[in-house]
Ligand binder design. Structure first.
Ligand code: NAI
Length: 249
């Protein structure tokens, strides 16, 4: 199978690329650097060029797509967090649907976050396009607000595509990790505003996740045993969501 992966140079994306390569698949990695295709996916021209290159390298036939590229709450501009984690991610997802439609048992996985559960869609300023004002009012919490809003928006966007993508024959799901030991998590833990809260976000199983554990779930969702899994979100967080919201389903 030919599978494109964004964020392939680091963390969860790198672990996913390694797992899928070991399973014998052809990987097209996309990242800011150290990848088959390089460029900032928030730049519409570079994103369009990345799509063209994926189509060229895959012969226009893509069997899998994994969208991992993203940033954490410590990024100074909250609007950029939404741009990377939500808008660019969904724009790329939509742009690659035609190539996925031609694939063999095609499937896509978007990496959201357990933070997607922290703001419901009806309270998400991204839903009404009022995020600039909302983040400005949030002061020091703007980054974590934008991160949760961006991840809620990406999860909702995937669910909103379930009917169209199902009819197109392409399965589409999200995974929602809790804290996973990667450079992104480390940057959050080092941040003076959010570091303490992120360090205290401990899971009932008593440790953070490893990138290879998230990669294994992504590989399963792309694979032949997941044929009836579509439009779903898989929380993989050592139990932190169950700990925080035991009665929410
Ligand atoms: P990471 O920082 O190790 O990897 C992210 C990759 O995305 C990097 O290689 C980076 O260069 C790339 N990237 C970022 N912005 C980009 C852009 N504009 N254009 C192209 N590439 C870009 O981070 P990690 O932890 O592996 O994160 C992967 C995904 O998992 C992200 O979407 C993140 O929000 C999500 N996630 C991570 C969690 C964690 O605790 N590590 C928890 C929940 C979700």
């Amino acid at each position: 199978m030919t599978i494109a992966i964004t964020g392939s140079a680091s963390g969860i994306g790198a672990a996913t690329a390694a797992a899928l390569t070991a399973a014998g698949h052809d990987i097209i990695g996309i990242d800011l650097k150290d990848a088959d295709i390089t460029g900032d996916l928030t730049d519409p021209a570079l994103r369009a060029a990345a799509v063209e290159q994926v189509v060229a390298r895959s012969g226009g036939v893509l069997d899998g797509l994994v969208l991992c590229a993203g940033v954490g709450p410590q990024v100074p501009d909250p609007m950029r967090i939404v741009e990377i984690n939500y808008r660019s991610t969904i724009a790329l997802l939509d742009a690659l649907l035609p190539a996925l439609r031609k694939g063999e048992s095609p499937a896509a996985v978007v990496v959201s976050s357990v933070a997607s559960t922290h703001i419901p869609w009806d309270k998400n300023p991204v839903a009404t396009g009022t995020e600039a004002e909302a983040f400005a009012q949030a002061g020091d919490y703007a980054g974590s607000y934008a991160y949760a809003a961006s991840k809620n928006a990406v999860t909702v966007a995937v669910r909103q595509r379930a009917v169209e993508w199902g009819a197109a024959g392409v399965r589409l799901n999200t995974v929602a990790p809790g804290s996973v030991d990667t450079p992104l998590l480390q940057a959050g833990m080092d941040d003076p505003r959010y570091g303490e809260a992120i360090r205290n976000f401990t899971s009932p199983v008593g440790r953070n996740g490893r990138p290879d554990e998230i990669a294994a779930l992504i590989a399963y969702l792309l694979g032949p045993h997941a044929g009836f899994i579509h439009g779903a979100q898989f929380v993989i967080d050592g139990g932190t969501d169950a700990q925080a919201r035991p009665t929410a389903v």
